[in-house]
Structure formats: C-alpha cells, structure tokens
Write a new protein. Structure first.
Length: 272
C-alpha cells in the first residue's frame, strides 16, 4: 500500500468519524420529547396536598358525620307560586254545556259554516245572523230538518246550496248543545240556553217532516221553544246555596218560583 493510498484511507475514516460524532452530538443536545415523562413539579404537589388537607377537614367538620338524620330537613314542602293551583280552572255548568256544543259544531257544522261561523260562498254566515239570534223555534227547525231555496241572511241573498237535515245524526242533547254554542259564540247570547227537553218537544212537533224547510215556511216571529231554563243558569243560585236558610219559608220559596215563571212569561210574551 502506497503512502498516498494510506493517507486517503485515513482521511476517509476521519471524515466518517466526524460525521458520526456530529450526529451523536445532535441527538444529545436536542433530545426528542417523549410524552408523560416530564417530572411533576414539586410546588404543584405541595399545593394539592394543602387543598386536600384544608378541604377534607372542612367537610369533616360540617357534614354531621354524613348521618341521614343530620342532613334531612324534615317538614320541607315545595312551595306553589300564588295563582297556580296545578289544576285546570273549574268550568261553570254553562261553560261545560257550551263546550259540549263546540265539539258537536266542530264535528258537524264546521265543514260548511267554518270555525269562525263566517260561512263561504253560498253557505251563509252564522255570526250575528237573525236566524241564530231570533227565535229558537225556527233555529231548531233549520238544524233538525235542514233548509233549502232562497234565503236572506243579514241582507244578503243565498239559495245556491242546501243544508241537509241533522235530526238523524244528532240526538236531542247534541242539538241543544250546538244551538247553545252557536247562540253564545256567534250571537253573543249567554243568558239563556237551549235544553234537550226543548229539542224533544221540537222533534215531536217538526221531526216527521220528510224534506228541508224553505225560508218562506219558517215563521219570522221570534218564537221561543217552550221550556224552563235550568236552575244552574240563574246567577243568584250560588248565593242562595252559600247562605243556608235555617227555616225554608214557604212564602219565600213560592215567590222565587213565581218570579221564575214571570221571567219565562216575559220571554214568551216578548217573543210572540
Ligand atoms: C253541508 C253543509 C252544511 C252543514 C253541515 C250545515 N249547514 Fe247550516 N246551512 C247550509 C246552507 C247551504 C245554508 C243555506 C241554505 C239556503 O240557502 O237555503 C245553511 C243555513 C243555516 C242557517 C240559517 C242561515 C244562517 O246563516 O243563519 C243556520 C242557522 C244554520 N245553517 C246552522 C247550522 C248548524 C248549527 C249546523 C250544524 C249542526 C249546520 N248549519 C250544518 C249548509 C250547511
């Protein structure tokens, strides 16, 4: 081996060693970070220990030994905000009756006369209609047997469509309730109702008719169906119950009945 060749070999080995040493030094100076191997700081450990001691002694001193009897406050009842009883508001007998009529109306009349009672096209309105507000007799005749032909409602002429009889579909109570609902909702009449007894009489009188009425056949007079208003409709009734009389005086009782009859006569005389 020539001297030149040896020198070259030496130079080569030297440069390889240099490279290796540079690479080694680099790994030592900038070690690759490894997760989870960082040392836990001592100051943080001390703070944690202090928190555990202080917190633990506080809970121990105030927990009452974790006994149920020490922590249960007996007699506690959740309060109900004023004005909220948790129950639906009580409906009066009148409101219940009208509600029954509303259900019948929605099931039967709604499709033609609309929920608002405004009618549509050749179907006349019920809102403030004279056929609703005036006598209950002809109103019952219309509902029981239906109506057809020329008809004037609130000054507007109708007659393009017929109303079918409802006597087969509805019983006396349903007719009475729906008439009461229509009178109350669309006619604003709340001081008198139509009872099922009234419809029973109307059905006996008019129910045999085979076809619909025409408006010319219906009396323009404000004839009311005969029959008494139920006791619960009278506004003075609850007061009388709240004040129980020690001795029911026969004179007072008859006077009350008399005045009731006078009231009915008044309605009838007014309407005939
Ligand atoms: C199939 C459609 C239809 C149904 C259902 C119907 N009606 Fe009628 N109703 C009419 C038509 C049409 C007239 C007008 C008939 C005419 O022009 O002669 C009318 C007329 C009336 C009238 C007289 C006119 C007025 O507007 O005041 C009253 C009252 C009435 N209906 C109440 C009712 C009630 C209450 C019900 C439900 C129990 C009912 N109708 C169900 C179609 C209907």
């Amino acid at each position: 081996m020539s001297e030149q060749q040896e020198n070259r070999d030496y130079d080569h080995k030297q440069s390889v060693r240099d490279c290796a040493s540079i690479a080694n030094h680099q790994t030592e100076e900038n070690p690759k970070p490894h997760q989870g191997t960082e040392p836990f700081p001592v100051w943080l450990l001390i703070i944690c220990v202090i928190i555990l001691i202080v917190g633990g002694s506080y809970v121990g001193a105030n927990s009452g030994g974790f006994e149920f009897a020490n922590n249960n406050k007996s007699g506690y009842e959740p309060g109900v905000p004023a004005g909220l009883s948790g129950k639906a508001p009580e409906l009066s007998e009148f409101e219940k009756y009208v509600k029954g009529g509303e259900a019948v109306y929605k099931a039967v009349c709604n499709g033609c006369h609309q929920a608002t009672g405004a009618g549509q096209g050749q179907i006349p309105p019920l809102v403030e209609s004279e056929w609703v507000i005036n006598g209950t007799e002809r109103f019952a005749q219309i509902v029981l047997n239906g109506i057809r032909g020329p008809l004037i409602v609130k000054g507007v002429s109708y007659g393009g469509q017929e109303m079918p009889a409802q006597k087969g579909a509805l019983n006396n109570k349903q007719v009475a309730q729906v008439m009461t609902y229509v009178r109350s909702k669309f006619g604003n009449i709340n001081e008198s109702i139509v009872t099922k007894e009234m419809i029973e009489i109307a059905r006996q009188k008019f129910g045999d008719r085979p076809n619909q009425y025409t408006s010319a056949e219906l009396s323009p007079a404000q004839t009311m169906l005969p029959g008494d208003q139920p006791e619960w409709l009278a506004p003075e009734e609850p007061e009388a119950e709240a004040e129980p009389e020690p001795e029911p005086e026969p004179a007072g009782e008859s006077a009350r009945i008399d005045s009731g009859q006078t009231g009915n006569e008044l309605i009838n005389s007014k309407t005939t």
